[in-house]
Ligand binder design. Structure first.
Ligand SMILES: Nc1ncnc2c1ncn2[C@@H]1O[C@H](COP(=O)(O)OP(=O)(O)O)[C@@H](O)[C@H]1O
Ligand SMILES: [Mg+2]
Length: 392
């Protein structure tokens, strides 16, 4: 059918033509953020789940909705590449500039900008930190050089500025699993301190399931501040909506058994639904899209995934890491006991631990329970068997 009208949009962070099955969660997030703006008790949200389930697009949707309701939002990009303090300082400065857009900056905004200037003291510890000196630092404000203390003071000042404007500042942080634990703990501790004063600053986060592994005091604070919401594949009705509604909006149709086939092949994973939808549309000569079209499209969709979604992850691995994943794939989709994987490799479990750790660091694996290991990418076991037919 007409490629110009193909509605589907596979791709990391690409907004889907129909954001199916997430309405209740979007509303829950909106209620929480509005309550925080109104300085009422509420827990913000952290989304966790495998790759390709739709965390990034949800974060984007929650953010756009919040902006539309007058909240001040800032997105923090790629914590894999820069330190959290560096990212926070530029994001918060942007938020303060947005906050002061309507009239001449009030006291609160000015003080918060001074707190940012105080952050220059942390440059020795975070080499990538760049601090814009909009205003002179205020002696004693966020300039101790200790991240925990300075971040708490900075967020406190930012919260007062937001309260003065009767709005909230909301940080959106994707790929939270890449933030080093001490930096994340500092942020959570600081958010906890502002929360205790009911100041309207919060974060909405997203990341891989290993996020849940954080420990100690940061964990108990995090549980008080955030509702951790699992984002998973779509149930069959939502998956059908994700396919059917965009097709019908283009004035075309898809047969029920064709939908059922896509849902079965993709297991309802959002990324795969987009890929199958796109190829089914492309393969079909005319509306309605049939079961035969979908069967042909499935082959092409899989080839494209192998070349993109799966491949970008595979290319970042060392030969030893590839072998480890291949051994896991031999055992099936998982999760698997770490000992069983080592055995499959003919090695002792303590000698494979460093490889497993580096794969967790790269966001390829996570540990759903102590001693268990699972893929963060759905259907990765099948991909590993296709791309490395033999484990040797
Ligand atoms: N609720 C949904 N319904 C339909 N498609 C979705 C949905 N959520 C995400 N998608 C699609 O899935 C793909 C992956 O989304 P993304 O947000 O990048 O996932 P994640 O951040 O979890 O890896 C994108 O192509 C997006 O359009
Ligand atoms: Mg994402």
């Amino acid at each position: 059918m007409d490629p110009r009208r193909n509605p589907f949009s596979p791709g990391a962070g690409s907004p889907p033509p129909e954001l199916a099955g997430r309405d209740a969660l979007i509303e829950r997030a909106a209620v929480a953020l509005d309550r925080i703006r109104d300085r009422r008790a509420a827990r913000s949200i952290i989304l966790y789940g495998l790759r390709g389930v739709g965390k990034t697009v949800l974060l984007g949707k929650i953010r756009r909705d919040a902006e539309a309701r007058g909240l001040v939002t800032v997105a923090i990009e790629s914590p894999e590449e820069r330190s959290l303090p560096a990212l926070l300082v530029s994001a918060l400065r942007l938020a303060l500039i947005k906050l002061s857009r309507t009239e001449a900056a009030k006291q609160g905004v000015k003080r918060a900008l001074r707190a940012i200037a105080g952050f220059a003291k942390l440059k020795a510890k975070f080499g990538d930190l760049e601090v814009a000196l909009d205003l002179e630092p205020e002696p004693g404000l966020a300039d101790s050089g200790d991240l925990d203390l300075d971040l708490a003071e900075l967020l406190g000042a930012v919260g007062e500025a937001a309260a003065e404007r009767e709005t909230a500042i909301v940080l959106f942080i994707d790929e939270l699993q890449y933030v080093p634990e001490t930096q994340l703990a500092a942020l959570i501790g600081a958010l906890h301190a502002v929360n205790q004063r009911q100041l309207p600053v919060t974060m909405v986060g997203a990341g891989l399931p290993q996020l849940l592994g954080a420990s100690g005091r940061a964990k108990s604070y995090a549980e008080r501040l955030f509702e951790f919401v699992s984002i998973d594949r779509l149930d069959p009705d939502a998956a059908a909506d994700a396919l059917q509604r965009p097709i019908e909006r283009e004035g075309a149709a898809i047969e029920p058994d064709a939908i059922a086939e896509i849902v079965a092949q993709t297991l309802g994973y959002p990324y795969f639904l987009q890929e199958w939808g796109k190829h089914s549309w492309a393969v079909a000569d005319a509306s309605p899209i049939t079961l035969a079209d979908v069967r042909q499209a499935g082959i092409e969709a899989l080839a494209e995934l192998d070349d993109s979604f799966f491949r970008v992850r595979f290319d970042r691995l060392t030969p030893g890491e590839k072998r480890y994943l291949r051994a896991m794939a031999d055992l099936g989709p998982g999760p698997h006991r770490s000992g069983d994987i080592a055995e499959r490799l003919g090695r002792k479990v303590n000698t494979t631990a460093p490889i497993r750790n580096s794969l967790i660091g790269k966001g390829m694996l996570y540990s759903p329970a102590h001693g268990d290991t699972a893929f963060t990418v759905p259907l990765f076991d099948q991909y590993m068997r296709r791309t490395m037919p033999n484990l040797t």
